[in-house]
Ligand binder design. Structure first.
Ligand code: ADP
Length: 302
């Protein structure tokens, strides 16, 4: 096993709209798609499409979405022994994407909220075989903290994507992670600092470094990525693309970074490739569907 993704899965209900509805208004969407999503699942699928062996620890509900989600994990070759059936609804995410590719997303956590520290204990033996633990915040925070502790105990590096932005996240309890990968909004919330300029972003990242986190990797949308460590910072500029749908770009980035970092240990090169991979994904509609396979990615970017 290469990567343990401990996190969420959702069914994305994506409406493509001409403009955002205002309060109390009903509008017609010209197009609709149902897709498998959830930050954990997206990141697992991106890494797996690139060739990593991924162990997914997650909870699905007992409804019609669960079988579809399990089938999707299997189709992508993701280890399914810890995809746990739960007496609850599955996680669902109604998503609106407008013609300027702006999106609004509602998350119904459902079974995701029930993934527990005990579930991780049950999977400990297999998590211990992985080279990286990847976490996001669409599950219970206590489970996230337990996974970070488990990583420390097992000597496995941990990557935390602190998304979606969670005001109640304790920096103190996540300070041992090796990589934190926030977008600007999430960085501002965790650091309590403004992020209006690149200098602001560096200063905000410094708060996380001071807490003890080794690598702060801030995704900046079309502008690319800023990697900040105690010894300096590096801006990796976004690639110029015709963006159609940026939903799931951050997850593509994390799945790809995890894949290449696990196979090479080279952070700079893995960031460069992940920036290309995520940039490429926004040129196509959908989340997991928009992620290139290893073969397609090599063909496009050499
Ligand atoms: P999130 O989706 O989590 O908010 P970002 O919007 O920061 O994350 O996007 C993640 C990464 O995807 C960026 O760091 C960049 O590499 C790539 N990306 C996103 N939007 C674009 C775009 N319009 N053009 C090129 N690359 C993009």
């Amino acid at each position: 096993m290469d990567i343990a993704v401990i996190g969420s899965n959702n069914v994305d209900l994506i409406s493509y709209i001409t403009r955002m509805p205002s309060e109390g208004e009903t509008i017609e969407a010209p197009d609709f798609q149902l897709g498998c999503g959830g930050k954990g699942a997206n990141q697992a699928v991106a890494a797996s499409k690139l060739g990593s062996e991924v162990l997914m620890v997650t909870r699905v509900g007992n409804d019609l979405f669960a079988d579809n989600t399990i089938a999707n994990f299997k189709e992508h070759g993701i280890d399914d022994q810890y995809i746990l059936k739960t007496d609850a609804t599955s996680g669902v995410a109604p998503i609106f994407v407008d013609q300027q590719s702006r999106n609004s997303i509602i998350i119904v956590k459902g079974a995701n909220a029930l993934l527990s520290p005990e579930d991780l204990e049950n999977a400990r033996e297999d998590i211990a075989k992985c080279k990286l633990i990847v976490l996001q915040l669409e599950i219970n925070l206590e489970t996230v903290y337990a996974a970070i502790e488990m990583g420390k105990e097992l000597g496995i590096p941990v990557l935390l994507n602190p998304a979606p932005a969670a005001p109640e996240l304790s920096l103190e309890r996540v300070k041992s992670v090796d990589f934190i990968v926030p977008n600007e909004t999430e960085l501002s919330l965790i650091s309590g600092m403004p992020v209006d300029t690149l200098e602001d972003i560096s200063n905000a990242a410094a708060v996380l470094l001071d807490a003890g986190i080794k690598n702060v990797i801030v995704t900046l949308g079309a502008r690319g990525v800023l990697w900040v460590t105690a010894s300096g910072e590096k801006l990796i500029e976004g690639i110029a693309v015709d963006a159609k749908d940026t939903t799931g770009a951050g997850d593509a980035f994390i799945g790809c970074f995890s894949h290449f970092w696990v196979s090479s240990g080279d952070i700079a090169e893995s960031l460069r490739l992940a920036n290309y991979y995520a940039g490429d994904s926004v040129t196509r509609q959908g989340t997991q569907k928009s992620y290139a396979t290893g073969e397609d990615f090599r063909e496009r970017f050499g």
